[in-house]
Design a protein around this ligand. Structure first.
Ligand SMILES: [Zn+2]
Length: 102
């Protein structure tokens, strides 16, 4: 087991884990439940950590994560339905829920 990433939020951790599972890298999230314990746990210790099961895949995982993290949020997308601006990594409009074009 090797730690490859510390995510700012559990959602970020989950997105990163999804990206890694897409390329067949098995991971675990630690501290996943610690976010609710802020105030009791020092901040840095409460952030979700992503660990790769197979140490040999850690370097590959870091590459995938670097690409993934650099790719988002990217350019804003303007919703074709309501005209609201959305971060580039959104698949549907936060405002009206309509599908955003890629
Ligand atoms: Zn919209």
């Amino acid at each position: 087991m090797k730690r490859v990433h510390i995510a700012p939020t559990l959602l970020d951790a989950q997105l990163a884990v999804d990206a890694l599972s897409c390329v067949g890298i098995a991971t675990h999230i630690f501290n996943a439940n610690a976010a609710g314990a802020l105030g009791e746990v020092p901040f840095m210790q409460a952030q979700p950590e992503i660990w790769v099961e197979d140490d040999r895949l850690a370097a590959r995982a870091s590459e995938v994560l670097a690409d993934f993290l650099n790719a988002r949020p990217g350019e804003e997308k303007v919703c074709p339905h309501c005209g609201e601006r959305n971060p580039g990594n959104f698949l549907s409009c936060w405002h009206c829920g309509g599908a955003l074009s890629a």
